[in-house]
Ligand binder design. Structure first.
Ligand SMILES: [Zn+2]
Length: 408
């Protein structure tokens, strides 16, 4: 039974990168906790006789070769029709245990279950762990999968720096990835990051698509001055422009039923007794369609510029990344849904407001699908993120059924 395997793997991962104060996880790519997770991934693969392949960006795939093929190495890239599952191992800063690792652990457990059931794959089946999915270190979400499919260029990416000024190009070798050559389909299992499955009273759901999403940097420039001697009416305070912009973003998103968040700011000189000279703030915006996102972002920018005029400041908005709406492959979704046996379980179909590697692969022409596992509170990107063991095991079973349908 896959249950003890799943629970053992989950226990093994639990302490890695966990903060003793908050209980949250710090698993930024290529730092100690994430390196430990990569070592764990290799061990889990080796223990199952899977062949691990790593691309020059650090993306990992553990391959289960098809029946009759003893070694996949060398031959794999000429094999078409490979099926991929998996997710990512990194976390946001102070994140939860489930976002990412649940998909990887469930993939290994699904392979265990398939073997127990005597399934022999007719095509290569890989478990992927994509690197820097959260963008927690180099500030580009899904960076590993974007590089793997060629949606991000290495020439640009290698110049990215982390908060300590370390260049990505000095952390990984880079180059060209052949890791996904021949991959025909990707199925990613993920903890749900909202309450869609709670509301529909279901343990597992299927993804229909991903809302478009953008990250925008707001640079607000004013004039540094003394907090005591400068009269209020004589100031050019960028903090005011920022604060009103954050309120405007919240209001615009509420009015339109969308999402807008300022979750990160940097202030210069960042002193208690100084009017700041500069505020840099990052807007994360998401909406149900590309047009709705463009409208939302334009409305927020308009209000920021209006406010800057009144504050005597200037505001410059730079789009750091914008991902368009993703619709997962509909025939694949039907194929997956059919294997889940709607008789036995009710499997709702729902969109997600969170970005995923599956969206990057889908956009790159690899048909993709997602399975979501119920999150009882809907909280994610937080130490409080959780999922019940019974639901996780239902997820493993659903994934094993879906993969069996694709490779069995
Ligand atoms: Zn994730």
């Amino acid at each position: 039974m896959a249950q003890p395997d799943f629970e053992r793997m989950w226990r093994d991962l639990a302490p890695i990168g966990r903060s003793t104060s908050s209980g949250g996880y710090f698993r930024q790519p290529w730092l100690s906790a994430e390196l430990e997770l990569r070592a764990w991934f290799r061990e889990a693969a080796t223990a199952r006789g899977l062949e691990v392949e790593e691309d020059p960006f650090g993306n990992l795939v553990a391959w289960w070769p098809p029946q009759g093929v003893s070694r996949l190495a060398g031959a794999r890239t000429s094999t078409s029709g490979a099926v991929l599952t998996g997710s990512h191992l990194d976390s946001v800063l102070d994140g939860g245990a489930f976002d990412g690792p649940l998909g990887v652990v469930s993939s290994f457990a699904a392979i265990d279950l398939m073997r127990e059931r005597g399934v022999a794959p007719t095509r290569p089946l890989g478990v992927a762990a994509f690197v820097e999915e959260e963008g927690s270190r180099f500030d580009r979400a899904c960076l590993g999968s974007r590089l793997a499919v060629g949606a991000a260029s290495w020439a640009d990416a290698r110049e990215l720096t982390d908060r300590d000024g370390v260049r990505l190009g000095d952390v990984v070798e880079g180059g060209t990835s052949t890791l996904l050559d021949g991959v025909d389909a990707y199925v990613e299992l993920h903890v749900e990051q909202g309450r869609g499955l709670v509301d529909q009273d279901a343990a597992v759901g299927i993804g229909s698509g991903i809302w478009p999403h953008g990250r925008f940097r707001y640079d607000v420039a004013g004039r540094a001055d003394h907090a005591g001697t400068t009269r209020m009416e004589d100031r050019a305070d960028p903090m005011l422009t920022y604060a009103m912009t954050a309120l405007a973003a919240n209001k615009q998103a509420r009015l339109a039923g969308q999402r807008a968040t300022f979750g990160r700011i940097e202030v210069r000189p960042n002193g208690t007794n100084a009017v700041p000279s500069h505020v840099t703030a990052w807007l994360d915006a998401r909406a149900e369609s590309d047009q709705a996102l463009a409208d939302l972002v334009a409305a927020i920018e308009r209000q920021a510029v209006d406010r800057a005029d009144r504050d005597g400041t200037t505001v410059t908005v730079t789009a750091e990344s914008v991902s368009g709406q993703v619709a997962f492959d509909v025939p694949l979704r039907h194929e997956v849904a059919a294997t889940l046996g709607s008789e036995r379980r009710r499997v709702p179909v729902l969109p997600t407001q969170a970005g995923h590697d599956a969206g990057i692969l889908q956009e790159a022409g690899i048909r993709s699908s997602m399975l979501f596992v119920r999150n009882p509170t809907g909280i994610s990107h937080s130490p409080e993120e959780t999922a019940g063991t019974a639901d996780c095991l239902a997820g493993v079973e659903a994934l094993a059924d879906a993969l069996t349908g694709l490779v069995g």
